[in-house]
Design a protein around this ligand. Structure first.
Ligand code: ADP
Ligand code: ZN
Length: 432
């Protein structure tokens, strides 16, 4: 049974009524308080009262990342700053950071949403929950902190980094639950093995991982090496951080907290809605936040939505795991490639670790991709002949499956920089 069955198990018709009421409230709220939205809504000639069904959301304007940058830092904030009790900001990979202000009520609903995520993963109040997400401006740390606190767990806010201390605490405190990025989970697991305390020998039993794309191959690797169940959590700073979508026991998609967010999928080129079940860009509208609710925010994340009966009892729509972003999809000599596809293929090779970096460059007019991936110690020790053999094997496998020629270079064990947050998997050096 989900954490909050009143909402998570709400019959569809009732949910739609609820969503429509909250959507109208939010549109009216923004119209009166945020000039950016007032102008946009006036331009389109649409008011809250024009919304008669949830589908009418498609009449509303989109919001994009540059809108947040242009209104930096608080131009989109709908309440006076004295009502704002917290401001987060995104890791800001390009340009200025993205700000996320919260009212007291926003923090409360965030805790609720994250509590649902943890509950669905099997975390309970008697868990000792180590929170190895970065604490600070990044939403992961404090967001998971609040959710786990709401559940009543014994929370240990280690934050990310200081890997040996993470392992020491896990051992000494008897940590049973953990959260961090999936790439950092593997970093911890690997260090623990080196120290002679494999995590699978510790009481650890459940982990919640997100903030970057990962695959089922990586899930399997994490579950084996840590001796846990590994579940996915999704969110973004612009809409309040982690806790928007989460995996349940069925492990076939992430339920979206639909009483708080309305999800749509659009074609990233035409921006037209695509039918349920088809791939496209996820667009989300926050319908209960008050400091900075965004209308139809284009996440650039590529996924599909499915509404189906789920064994966990939740009626919330499911999205598939994010396979990439509409803006990080690599186009290699005309072929679309997602880094997560390469990762899945690497999992088929016992000779390498799932530690890799894709370098994309140009040779004359052709795109060139080089994959550096770490060899396992015994493969590396076997010498150059073996290494070349494995490199060729991986390269021809990738060519066979993805249709893209990729130069493969086996790196020495531990040669690649370990992630303590979001792993950098692609270095694209092509002239723009
Ligand atoms: P987060 O704290 O979730 O990383 P950011 O705002 O820094 O928040 O980044 C949000 C982006 O991170 C999302 O738009 C998405 O591309 C990526 N992301 C977050 N969670 C996941 C996940 N579970 N799977 C894939 N990508 C994710
Ligand atoms: Zn479910």
């Amino acid at each position: 049974m989900p954490y909050n069955d009143q909402f998570e198990c709400m019959p569809f018709e009732e949910l739609q009524k609820f969503q429509l009421a909250k959507l109208k409230e939010t549109v009216a709220w923004l119209y009166e308080r945020v000039p950016f939205y007032k102008n946009k809504l006036d331009e389109l000639g649409i008011k809250a009262d024009d919304l008669k069904r949830v589908e009418d959301i498609s009449k509303l304007p989109f919001t994009v990342k540059t809108d947040l940058r242009d209104n930096y830092p608080f131009g989109l904030c709908a309440v006076p700053l004295k009502e704002v009790v917290r401001v987060h900001a995104s890791s800001g990979t390009t340009g200025k950071p993205i700000t996320g202000p919260y009212t007291v009520g926003d923090l409360d609903q965030w805790s609720e949403c994250v509590a649902r995520v943890l509950w669905a993963a099997g975390v309970r109040e008697d868990d000792i929950f180590q929170n190895a997400y970065g604490h600070g401006l990044f939403t992961g740390g404090l967001g998971l902190h609040q959710g786990a606190t709401r559940l009543g767990c014994t929370v240990v806010p280690t934050s990310s980094g200081m890997t040996e201390r993470q392992i020491l605490i896990m051992k000494d405190f008897g940590t049973t639950g953990i959260c961090c990025t999936p790439s950092y989970a593997l970093t911890i697991a690997e260090r623990a093995e080196e120290l002679g305390t494999p995590l699978k020998d510790l009481p650890l039993r459940v982990g919640v991982f997100g903030a970057e794309p990962w695959t089922n191959a990586m899930r399997q690797e994490i579950e084996e090496r840590m001796g846990i169940k590994a579940r996915d959590i999704y969110g973004l700073t612009e809409l309040g951080g982690p806790g928007m979508a989460y995996e349940c026991e069925a492990e076939n998609g992430l339920h979206i907290n639909e009483d708080h967010f309305i999800a749509e999928i659009v074609d990233p080129i035409t921006l037209e809605p695509v039918p349920m079940g088809e791939r496209g860009e996820l667009v989300l509208t926050a319908i209960q936040r008050r400091a900075m609710p965004l209308l139809r925010y284009r996440t650039k994340d590529i996924t599909t939505l499915r509404r189906e009966k789920c064994s966990c009892g939740s009626t919330f729509v499911k999205m598939d795991r994010i396979t990439g972003r509409s803006d990080d999809m690599l186009i290699i000599n005309g072929v679309n490639v997602f880094p997560s596809q390469i990762e899945s293929l690497l999992k088929d090779f016992e000779e390498v670790e799932l530690q890799y970096v894709l370098h994309v460059g140009k040779k004359k007019h052709l795109d060139q991709v080089n994959l550096r991936v770490e060899a396992k110690q015994d493969v590396y020790d076997a010498g150059p002949e073996k290494i070349v053999q494995v490199e060729k094997k991986i390269s021809s496998h990738i060519k066979g499956i993805l249709g893209v020629g990729v130069g493969v270079e086996l790196a020495a064990p531990k040669a690649l920089t370990r992630s303590e947050g979001k792993a950098v998997r692609v270095i694209d050096e092509r002239p723009k």
